[in-house]
Design a binder for this molecule. Structure first.
Ligand SMILES: *[C@@H]1O[C@H](CO)[C@@H](O)[C@H](O)[C@H]1NC(C)=O
Ligand SMILES: *[C@@H]1O[C@H](CO)[C@@H](O)[C@H](O)[C@H]1NC(C)=O
Ligand SMILES: *[C@@H]1O[C@H](CO)[C@@H](O)[C@H](O)[C@H]1NC(C)=O
Ligand SMILES: *[C@@H]1O[C@H](CO)[C@@H](O)[C@H](O)[C@H]1NC(C)=O
Ligand SMILES: *[C@@H]1O[C@H](CO)[C@@H](O)[C@H](O)[C@H]1NC(C)=O
Ligand SMILES: *[C@@H]1O[C@H](CO)[C@@H](O)[C@H](O)[C@H]1NC(C)=O
Length: 574
């Protein structure tokens, strides 16, 4: 052995301070944050979740041997599901969920003291006193009440959804290419503006002539090759846990059955007289019932003359019913239809503007609770905060500890199908995999959009890439879905981390070969076994060791490097 290397190894052995067997090490763990939530465990509507953050504030490691458990003490609550923390490096934190039920006679939504306690062997203890809400409240139609609502665990754990933009705009399917490419679902708005940089005005004149108006596409919206089973099977093959269907975009042409007394501008009252939303939802219920079903709804409309603040001069439009008030007599009732007649799990509003969001949200959430369903609402309904943020064609460079969902199309610049986009510009399977890993490590979800063609088919560039990504997600499922972020950070450079109660996952997005130095101080102990997740060498043990500075080094053989693609996942089991 090279002398310098031997010296280095000697130093490594002697200078690792954060060693559990070190004599001076003292285990000290603190409950640093605790909150009663308005969520319940998906398998029992009786059990309320408390969110607790536990931090290792000492210089010894917490390991499984310490048997650390977290529970809630309160005169009004019984802890039915204590949580355990199995591994904490000094300075690391873990986020756990503790389950409680109200003691007899304690009203849901009442509040009072609770003490959140972490206990470990032997006689170690830390506690934090908080004012808690006991049980799941019933919501009032006010902003302050509805803002207490939180995105449910199925959504937080689901990580990956498919967004579907399909409507009249899918017939011209035009959004230009290159620098001036834009959202194809904005076709009508672009086409009305002779100075629009997408040059849709010129393109429309050339393809359809000067007399053609947007609503003429209704006659052509025949959906000849629409097969909702193909759609939901694709979403499932992609590995998605939920999907969100556009039910009415800014053009105001809806894909669901409204009462004719509020609007006839939809695919049921007009051509082709079909309830596409119901067809998609029924196919999902029948063929992919595990998928949660969501609905996008644009609150304003570009050219609806009843929507005064947002009306541009336009040629609206087939199917207008002259109700007295756009919001009270049309917008709110049509959102109620999505909640009540279609049982949507996600109300994905867009744009905000004039709204009655609290009046929508409270009965929506309360009625779902009656059916033991946890529903969720995004942050674009106006008037309420919503349960999660929705950055669009943008992700986050940092960890965001509140719920969020990045959304974008597989097209580089469009949600609706843009026939002008070359296949080479679409997200590849590798892009989809690495995007989801990045977002999940930062505590986000990814709502990835496909734009079907006007006839209802999905271009193979999207379906093929999604299915390829889906194979990767299925093979690496344990490291993506149902995971939590690592509070110490999402990962440096090409590294991203995810955690569960029992394991720590290291994802690296460039192919490793030989020594792979993990730049961040991950919770690795000297006798840990590190294994491969996914690929043709799934389960293989990877030799591992620690450098003097505490960094983990994995000795990744060329075979293991070649055994996977897109991203490589390694697991530290506790
Ligand atoms: C959660 O609890 C901490 C104290 O433990 C408090 O500072 C914070 O505001 C609470 N967060 C929410 C959303 O209530
Ligand atoms: C914990 O973090 C603090 C501040 O970042 C640092 O000074 C300290 O050395 C760390 N302790 C250990 C045991 O890693
Ligand atoms: C993009 O649009 C601008 C403004 O309309 C125009 O000047 C420019 O030539 C367009 N670029 C391309 C590549 O078409
Ligand atoms: C609409 O359908 C008509 C008749 O089938 C056809 O001639 C026309 O090209 C179609 N227009 C569009 C925009 O697809
Ligand atoms: C639309 O709803 C009306 C009233 O509930 C019902 O009679 C009609 O059959 C529905 N149409 C479709 C296509 O589902
Ligand atoms: C430890 O040293 C290695 C090799 O110099 C380096 O790549 C790694 O980033 C270092 N780790 C930390 C936590 O500084």
């Amino acid at each position: 052995m090279h002398v310098a290397r031997a010296l280095l190894l000697f130093l490594a052995a002697s200078t690792v301070v954060a060693n559990p067997v070190s004599q001076a090490a003292v285990l000290s763990v603190s409950v640093v944050q605790a909150n009663s939530s308005t969520r319940w465990f998906e398998d029992s509507s009786e059990v309320q979740i408390f969110d607790v953050v536990v931090k290792n504030t000492g210089n010894a490691w917490l390991t499984t041997k310490d048997n650390l458990m977290v529970h809630v003490d309160s005169p009004s609550l019984i802890t039915t599901r204590p949580a355990s923390v199995k591994r904490l490096r000094p300075n690391d934190s873990a986020i756990v969920e503790v389950g409680v039920v109200n003691k007899p006679g304690v009203a849901d939504g009442s509040s009072g003291p609770a003490t959140v306690v972490a206990e470990w062997e032997s006689q170690g203890k830390s506690s934090l006193e908080i004012t808690a809400t006991y049980g799941i409240p019933t919501y009032d139609p006010t902003k302050s009440s509805v803002d207490q609502h939180e995105a449910p665990d199925w959504w937080r754990k689901g990580k990956f959804g498919i967004f579907v933009h399909w409507g009249l705009y899918s017939i011209p399917a035009w959004g230009n290419v290159g620098a001036n490419e834009s959202y194809a679902e904005w076709y009508w708005s672009h086409q009305m503006n002779p100075n629009d940089p997408t040059q849709t005005y010129e393109w429309g004149l050339e393809h359809y002539g000067p007399l053609f108006i947007y609503d003429d596409y209704i006659a052509n919206f025949t959906a000849d090759n629409f097969n909702p089973k193909d759609w939901v099977d694709l979403f499932a093959d992609a590995g998605a846990r939920y999907f969100v269907q556009v039910t009415k975009h800014h053009d105001g042409f809806a894909l669901f059955n409204m009462s004719n007394s509020i609007s006839e501008r939809n695919s049921v009252a007009q051509n082709p007289h079909r309830d596409f939303l119901r067809e998609v939802f029924e196919a999902a219920k029948q063929y992919q019932p595990q998928l949660h079903r969501g609905t996008y709804y644009s609150l304003p409309e570009w050219f609806n003359p009843l929507y005064t603040p947002y009306t541009l001069s336009g040629e609206f439009g087939v199917g207008l019913v002259e109700v007295a008030d756009y919001v009270a007599d049309f917008q709110l009732p049509s959102m109620d239809i999505l909640a009540n007649d279609y049982d949507t799990d996600i109300m994905w509003c867009d744009i905000g503007g004039a709204n009655m969001a609290p009046q929508f949200a409270a009965p929506f959430i309360n009625a779902a609770r009656e059916q033991n369903r946890q529903v969720t609402i995004n942050n674009r309904c106006g008037g309420i905060d919503g349960d999660f943020q929705t950055p669009e064609y943008a992700s986050s460079t940092t960890l965001i500890t509140t719920p969020w969902e990045a959304t974008r199309g597989m097209d580089p610049d469009s949600f609706g199908f843009n026939a002008a986009t070359p296949d080479s510009a679409y997200m590849t399977a590798s892009d989809v995999v690495t995007s989801l890993i990045d977002v999940v490590a930062k505590n986000g979800n990814l709502l990835l959009d496909v734009g079907p063609r006007g006839d209802g088919t999905i271009a193979s560039v999207m379906s093929t890439h999604l299915r390829e990504a889906g194979k990767w997600f299925k093979a690496h499922s344990e490291s993506i879905f149902d995971t939590k972020y690592w509070p110490s950070g999402p990962g440096t450079g090409v590294f991203r981390y995810t955690t569960t109660e029992d394991a720590f996952y290291i994802h690296v997005t460039s192919q490793p070969d030989g020594n792979l130095v993990i730049p961040d101080l991950v919770p690795y102990l000297a006798d840990d076994c590190v294994t491969v997740v996914g690929g043709s060498k799934s389960g293989a043990v990877v030799p591992s060791r620690q450098l003097a500075n505490g960094s983990l080094v994995l000795d990744v053989s060329t075979d293991i490097g070649k055994a996977d693609q897109y991203a490589w996942t390694f697991k530290i089991s506790y």
